[in-house]
Design a binder for this molecule. Structure first.
Ligand code: FHN
Length: 443
C-alpha cells in the first residue's frame, strides 16, 4: 500500500519521472500555437547577449576553449569573473532604446558555465566572486521594462563529464560519459529551474549538431518543456537538422538562419541571428557594423517576413561598450520614425534586395529605399491592386504612375530623406497582405 501511495505521489508531482513518449514526432497537441507565433513575429527585433567568464580573455565563447585558451585556464576563468558594473536595468534599457522588443541571454553556452544558481553543477555564477543570479536579474529587469525575456540554452556541454564530447570540433566520444544521465538528470533539471523560476517567453536552443544529441532526446525535451509551459516558444535548434529551414521532422517552432538574412518566406516563421561586431562574445577592438548595415539588415529581415536577433557582447566588467550602445540607440532613433513599417508587419510581396525591400500591414505597403535610383523606382505589377496615394513616412508626398505594362513607377527625389533607409508608404485600394509573392523581373 505504501509503495502504491509513493508511486501516485511521484506521478503527481514529478512528471519528469514519467517515461517519456518514445516517439520521434512532437505531440501535435502541444505544438506552439499560430497565435503565439504570430505575436512573436510581430515583435520583429530582439537583443541577443553572449557573455561569460571568457570575456576575461576577449576570445570567442566556447570555441576558444582548448584553442586560443588552454582548457584548464578557460575552465577556471570563472574564479576571476567579477563583473561589478553589471546592471540588468541598464542592459534592458539599452535594448529598449534600440527599439528591441525581446532579449535573449546566454544562460549556458557550450563551455558549460551557468549564469544562474543551478543545483546541477557548481560551474555557475554563484561560485564566482560575483555571486549574483544574472539570469534572474535580467528576467526581473525585462518584466519591469516590458521587454519579453528569453533564454539561450545549449544542448552540448563540453565541460560536463557526462556529455561525451569535451572539446570544440572533436569527434572523440568519452566512454566514461553517460549521455542519458546528462539529459535526464542534468539537462532536464537545469531546464526545469530555468522555466519554472524565470518563465522565459522563448527558449533559444543551440548545439544540436554533435552526434551524442539525437532527435529522440529533442522530442523528449520539447514535450517535457511544453508540459512545463505550453506557451513557451522554442526555436528549431532543439531537433537535428538544418538551422535555416522548417521540415516535417523539425523539432521546434521557427527557423534560425545565422549571420545572414533569411530568404523571403510567407509560410514558416524565421529569425536571423547576427552579431553587431564579428565575434559573439566581447572582443577588444572588434569591427562593428555601420548604422547603414544595421538598419538595412533589420529592414531586409522584416522584408523577408522574419525577425532579427541582434547580438551584443558585454565586457568583462559587466558594461556594454559605449559604441555598441550608441549604435543601438541610432537604430532606435530610426525606428521612432519608421517603426510602423517594421513592427506588426508582414514581409513581401517582393523579395528584399540591395535596392529596396517591402513590408505591409492592412492596406499599407511600405517601400524601403536603400539606394537612390536615378529618377524613379520601378516595381513589377501589383496585379489587381491600385495605389491610391504615396508619401514618405513623416514626409513629402511622392508621385507615381501605373505603366501600360502594369509596372509601378515611383518618382524619387535627388536627395532621399534618410541615407540608410527611406520608407515610402503606399496606400492601396485593397489589403496588401493578400498580395501573392511577386518575382522581380530579371532585367
Ligand atoms: O556555436 C554557437 C555560437 O557560439 C553562437 O552561440 C551561435 C549563435 O547562434 N550559435 C552557434 C553556432 O551556430
Amino acid at each position: 500500500m505504501k509503495k502504491l501511495f509513493l508511486l501516485v505521489v511521484s506521478l503527481c508531482f514529478f512528471p519528469v519521472l514519467l517515461p517519456a513518449q518514445s516517439t520521434l514526432e512532437v505531440d501535435a497537441n502541444i505544438k506552439t500555437s499560430k497565435k503565439i507565433m504570430d505575436g512573436f513575429m510581430d515583435l520583429r527585433f530582439g537583443m541577443f547577449i553572449h557573455w561569460g567568464p571568457v570575456t576575461l580573455r576577449g576570445t570567442e565563447i566556447g570555441w576558444s576553449r582548448g584553442n586560443q585558451v588552454p582548457v584548464d585556464e578557460y575552465d577556471h576563468l570563472y574564479k576571476e569573473f567579477d563583473p561589478v558594473l553589471f546592471n540588468a536595468d541598464k542592459w534592458v534599457k539599452t535594448a529598449k532604446d534600440a527599439g528591441m522588443k525581446y532579449l535573449t541571454i546566454i544562460a549556458k553556452h557550450h563551455d558549460g558555465f551557468c549564469l544562474w544558481p543551478t543545483a546541477f553543477t557548481n560551474h555557475n555564477i554563484m561560485h564566482s566572486p560575483y555571486k549574483k543570479d544574472i539570469v534572474g536579474e535580467l528576467a526581473k529587469a525585462c518584466k519591469k521594462q516590458g521587454i519579453k525575456f528569453c533564454i539561450y540554452f545549449t544542448v552540448l556541454d563540453w565541460y560536463d563529464p557526462n556529455y561525451p564530447i569535451h572539446l570544440p570540433g572533436s569527434k572523440e566520444i568519452d566512454p566514461k560519459a553517460d549521455m542519458n544521465k546528462f539529459v535526464n538528470t542534468t539537462m532536464k533539471g537545469e531546464l526545469k529551474e530555468l522555466v519554472t523560476r524565470y518563465h522565459p517567453y522563448m527558449l533559444w536552443f543551440d548545439g544540436n549538431w554533435e552526434t551524442p544529441w539525437t532527435q529522440k532526446y529533442a522530442v523528449e525535451i520539447y514535450n517535457y518543456l511544453k508540459h512545463s509551459d505550453p506557451n513557451v516558444i522554442i526555436n528549431n535548434r532543439l531537433g537535428k537538422g538544418e538551422h535555416t529551414e522548417i521540415t516535417s521532422t523539425t523539432v521546434g517552432d521557427y527557423a534560425t538562419p545565422e549571420q545572414k538574412i533569411g530568404a523571403l518566406n510567407m509560410k514558416d516563421p524565421w529569425e536571423t541571428c547576427m552579431t553587431i561586431c564579428h565575434q559573439w562574445a566581447w572582443k577588444p577592438n572588434d569591427k562593428m557594423k555601420s548604422l547603414k548595415e544595421c538598419i538595412q539588415t533589420l529592414s531586409k529581415t522584416s522584408g523577408g517576413n522574419g525577425n532579427l536577433l541582434f547580438n551584443v557582447g558585454p565586457m568583462l566588467d559587466g558594461r556594454m561598450e559605449a559604441r555598441q550602445i550608441q549604435r543601438l540607440k541610432e537604430m532606435g532613433d530610426w525606428l521612432k520614425i519608421y517603426g510602423e513599417s517594421i513592427y506588426n508587419t508582414k514581409g513581401g510581396p517582393y523579395a528584399p534586395n540591395d535596392t529596396f525591400a517591402t513590408t505591409r500591414k492592412g492596406n499599407k505597403l511600405f517601400v524601403h529605399i536603400f539606394s537612390n535610383q536615378p529618377g524613379a523606382l520601378r516595381l513589377p505589377e501589383l496585379t489587381g491592386v491600385k495605389v491610391l496615394q504615396a508619401h514618405f513616412i513623416g514626409g513629402a508626398k511622392v508621385s507615381f504612375r501605373h505603366e501600360a505594362n502594369g509596372d509601378l513607377l515611383i518618382s524619387l527625389p535627388m536627395q532621399l530623406p534618410d541615407e540608410n533607409d527611406s520608407v515610402i508608404e503606399l496606400i492601396l485600394d485593397s489589403n496588401a497582405e493578400n498580395i501573392p509573392v511577386i518575382a522581380m523581373n530579371k532585367n
